[in-house]
Ligand binder design. Structure first.
Ligand SMILES: NC(=O)c1ccc[n+]([C@@H]2O[C@H](COP(=O)([O-])OP(=O)(O)OC[C@H]3O[C@@H](n4cnc5c(N)ncnc54)[C@H](O)[C@@H]3O)[C@@H](O)[C@H]2O)c1
Length: 374
């Protein structure tokens, strides 16, 4: 198979769909890899690294799209990229179609087969191609929160780990899933006094069993949350209600109960944010103040560490990318229901029910599509 990887063109996106290692594996499996020049530059990979891996570097995205049987990317294809997709071509990338009717329309019109990273599942009911980005955002949250807490940045002027004779920062993490667990571990590693709140008792049990000693756990009742938030130097918002906007867990009125200069890091901002006063910010201008409380609400946190994020995403996508290339999408999806769950669009048909529901479009069963295509 000819596997193509264009340079990402969405603003502020520095990741790349294939690392040189992914290219090397694909070549070792007998495939041709075509990379757009400088595609990996933002993540610290040079054209020479891809050439060493056996890939061919071409000058334009047009050449990549015109040559490749499968396109591997990071972000959803932008309008100009969607025009280059064609019938029988396979697209493997993040899509997030439910809130994006224009993209959905264009992908249906292209005739291409589109597999979305974010809906591929695993046997534990998880989302293996989303998890690495949650791990990155979680580990980054205390780091950016610590910077926000610095006096010069408007923060309370509290050091995460304290020093002998001075208490460490109190960090409250709301939501003990992938983001929350990684955030709590890093905050605890920095020496902070950390409490994780969650609504799920099984999740709290798991955290208590596996992380005992590193941080405390507490049930996320309204009263408990309000009490802990009022004492916190930093609150990290890491909740997710699948398929829904994030619930608002701290109201504007509650800010007046908090310590002046405390930091709110709203990782759930990509789902609308879990604090009433959250609004999405960018890496260029990440923080703002409301009622004396500092807010950090960057919606694409992994972009700050594009190299780590690219490698983490590449590790997770590689086995699926190789299965698609080695077997073709029909056989690969027939063999693996978790990859089949990633199928969103095929030959002008929508194959993902939640997207159809969100956009009021007809959906064809993905199983049926695979059977008919076989
Ligand atoms: N900003 C970014 O760059 C970025 C990057 C990655 C992930 N995220 C976002 O971070 C959020 C968390 O992602 P995740 O992968 O950790 O999800 P997850 O499903 O692993 O964990 C979410 C946790 O929230 C808990 N929860 C749900 N409602 C709650 C409530 N009312 N109170 C307390 N806990 C509650 C759940 O029980 C679960 O344990 C998501 O919104 C995700 O989209 C943002």
């Amino acid at each position: 198979m000819k596997i193509g990887c264009p340079k990402e063109i969405k603003p502020q996106e520095f990741r790349v769909g294939m690392t040189p290692n992914a290219a090397r594996e694909a070549v070792a499996n007998g495939h041709d890899v075509i990379i757009e020049t400088k595609a990996g530059a933002g993540a610290g990979f040079e054209d020479a690294d891809y050439i060493d891996a056996g890939a061919r570097v071409v000058d334009t995205a047009e050449e990549v799209f015109a040559t490749a049987d499968m396109i591997v990317k990071v972000k959803e294809p932008q309008a100009v990229e969607r025009k280059m997709l064609r019938e029988n071509q396979l697209l493997f990338t993040y899509l997030h179609l439910a809130p994006d009717p224009d993209q959905t329309h264009d992908l249906l019109a292209s005739g291409a087969t589109c597999i979305a990273y974010e809906t591929v599942t695993d046997r534990n009911g998880g989302l293996p191609l989303l998890a690495p980005m949650s791990e990155v955002a979680g580990k980054l949250a205390p780091q950016v929160g610590a910077w926000t807490l610095q006096k010069a940045n408007g923060g309370r002027g509290v050091l995460m780990g304290g020093v002998p004779g001075v208490n460490p920062a109190r960090v409250v993490v709301i939501g003990g899933g992938v983001v929350g667990t990684h955030a709590a571990r890093v905050a605890a590693g920095m020496g902070a006094d950390v409490t994780v709140l969650d609504m799920s008792l099984p999740r709290l049990r798991y955290l208590d069993d596996t992380m005992r000693g590193e941080f405390k756990t507490s049930y996320a009742s309204k009263g408990n949350t309000a009490e802990l938030v009022a004492q916190a130097d930093m609150v990290i918002g890491a909740v997710l209600v699948p398929g829904a906007a994030a619930p608002k867990l701290i109201s504007r009125a509650q800010l007046s109960t908090m310590k002046p200069g405390a930091a709110l890091v709203d990782v759930a901002i990509d789902q609308g944010g879990c604090f009433e006063t959250s609004r999405a910010t960018t890496h260029a201008d990440p923080i703002y103040e409301v009622d004396g409380i500092m807010h950090y609400c960057v919606a694409n946190m992994p972009g700050a560490v594009a190299r780590t994020s690219t490698i983490a995403l590449g590790n997770a996508t590689m086995p699926f990318m190789l299965a698609l290339a080695n077997k073709g999408w029909k056989q690969a999806c027939a063999d693996d229901v978790h990859l089949l769950n990633g199928l969103n669009v095929h030959a002008g048909k929508l194959t993902y029910y939640a997207v159809g529901e969100a956009l009021g479009l007809d959906v064809v069963s993905p199983q049926l599509v695979v059977k008919q295509a076989a």
